[in-house]
Design a binder for this molecule. Structure first.
Ligand code: DHB
Ligand code: FE
Length: 284
């Protein structure tokens, strides 16, 4: 049986958190983005995943530039959000599932990845905003979190190939997990955006569409670029697409696109949301 029932891919712009706090979901500026989550709410209500394995990048909250792991995996029984300067106050804790975290860690280390293991870990807007978007009415979050942080911030960055491979190895771990849990994978961040420097405000719709067209059926298409190419093409923060590549790698079934929403821009970002089902492969 497929334990990974699907994948949710979304931008994690912190301003979304501000819009949620102010109840601006129907505001003309925000509505086209928030509406992209309505089919995801229906899908989540139907599938009821017990666990979310979230590939994201930390933006200086849990890891600052003085200590920046390339890959880090949370293995805590609970995670908390803290505001790293955007003014968003999300207080609901995220329950962890340390046994599954350790199973993932054991599997990736056995396959020659060397992640930092975090038995205590704060999560920033790159986890908190997607959780709020997916489960807006939850009095408390019940979907257990396995956070997997990828360095998309301080160069040198891991390659797209390495991130896809990490995701695939996590996918093997999830396939061999003996627990009864249904799992959703998430990739957060992107698409094109650059927050600083001469190119601040840079967007690239053409490259974004290339990523959205290929991430489901042909993620290898993205591997013709290295991480610096992606910085060039998508902006210095657009390289957060590495999180999407890893999450895509963790889906090992027949990946079927159910929804896609692209809305440009919110804040400085070309915002994209995608939902994929990970169907059972039928033997030929
Ligand atoms: C924005 C986007 C991000 O991915 C982020 O981490 C912070 C800010 C933005 O567009 O405002
Ligand atoms: Fe970001």
């Amino acid at each position: 049986m497929n334990k990974v029932v699907g994948g949710i891919f979304t931008s994690h712009v912190p301003g979304i958190g501000g819009a949620i706090a102010k109840g601006l979901q129907q505001d003309p500026y925000w509505k086209p983005f928030f509406d992209g989550f309505l089919p995801i709410h229906d899908w989540l209500a139907r599938e009821k995943p017990d666990v979310a394995v979230v590939f994201y990048n930390d933006h200086g909250l849990n890891f600052f530039l003085d200590k920046m792991p390339t890959f880090a995996i949370g293995a805590a029984s609970e995670y908390r959000h803290e505001d790293e300067g955007w003014g968003i106050a999300f207080n609901k804790p995220y329950p962890g599932i340390p046994e599954l975290s350790w199973h993932i860690i054991e599997t990736v280390v056995a396959n020659e990845f060397d992640p930092v293991t975090c038995q205590a870990m704060l999560v920033d807007h790159a986890v908190a905003v997607p959780y709020e978007l997916c489960w807006p009415d939850a009095p408390e979050f019940t979907t257990k979190l396995v956070p997997i942080a990828i360095n998309t911030v301080q160069h040198p960055l891991p390659s797209p190939k390495r991130c896809l491979e990490l995701g695939r190895t996590v996918g093997h771990a999830l396939a061999s997990w003996q627990g009864p849990e249904k799992i959703v994978v998430m990739g957060t961040g992107g698409l094109s955006h650059q927050l600083e420097g001469k190119r601040a405000g840079f967007l690239n719709k053409e490259f974004d569409h290339f990523c959205m067209d290929n991430i489901g059926p042909n993620p290898e298409a993205l591997l013709k670029y290295d991480s610096l190419d992606i910085v060039e093409l998508a902006g210095s923060q657009g390289v957060e697409i590495l999180n999407w590549l890893a999450a895509r790698g963790a889906m090992q079934g027949k990946v079927v696109e159910l929804e896609a929403n692209y809305h440009v821009p919110i804040s400085n970002t070309a915002a994209a949301t995608m939902l994929f089902e990970n169907r059972e492969k039928v033997a030929a």
